[in-house]
Design a protein around this ligand. Sequence first.
Ligand code: PHE
Ligand code: CO
Length: 296
Amino acid sequence: MSSAPRRVESLVTDKGNVPVYTTTIVEQPWDSYSEQDHATWAFLFRRQREVLQGRACREFIENQQRFGMNPERIPKFEDLNAVLGPATGWKLIGVEGLLPELDFFEHLANRRFPVTWWIRRPDQIDYISEPDMFHDLFGHVPLLLNPVFADYMAAYGRGGVKAHGVSAQALVNLTRLYWYTVEFGLIRQHGELRIYGSGIVSSKGESIHCLESAAPNRIGFDMKRIMQTRYRIDTYQKTYFVIDSFEQLMEATRPDFVPIYAELATREAIPAGEVRSTDVIIQRGTGEGWATDADT
Ligand code: PHE
Ligand code: CO
């Protein structure tokens, strides 16, 4: 018998949130979810499905339906895996919280997607500083059914293992790419902007803000530019990058990054809200309400 999984969360200290890492893989303790847990899932699921109508990209909505995710009950990883495996070879594995970078990359490279087994508490409904099951399952899992995106995620994992052996700066460059695509990416479909980033689709406020607010910049996808750009972890993004297709993402990231890391090492990082003369500007943000403290 293995012991019950732990709920590993970041520590709140006088210096702010300090992330705690864990490598343990767990069985989803489905029978241990309380009625409150199922109710939290139901509430967030219904609210996001509604907000994402006409805002999330087509592939996100369609694939979430293919999984049969519904508000009634927290999904069983096993049931989702029965759909996912045959489609793209990915498998969800249960984890207790954030993984160390290299472990995370190795899982992705092997088409294993780590999903936090626990769901946020009621007092964290609108904001939680770290990934929980709602973010991971509702936000990330649907696009793993898309063959091109599924390949992108695995390629990213292999790239992460490689970058880990290059330098700390290479990892920073690669993490920015994940942030501005997988977590906070926008895509243009039929001439309109839509959401595909998981950090956005799992947040009501940012789902509306990223498309409708005049504050943020919306800029055409540019891989090297993104790899130099700082980001925000505690506020809405100041800049969103827009792809035209998942194929574009896959093609742009195909080259060997090692020479690119070397090239970027000589350049200054770009602040999160800065617009450059070389940017393809879809919309220049007004910057209204932007935090003035340092970006990550
Ligand atoms: N091509 C990148 C490399 O050589 C790996 C990568 C693929 C990174 C896809 C991000 C996304 O490191
Ligand atoms: Co995420």
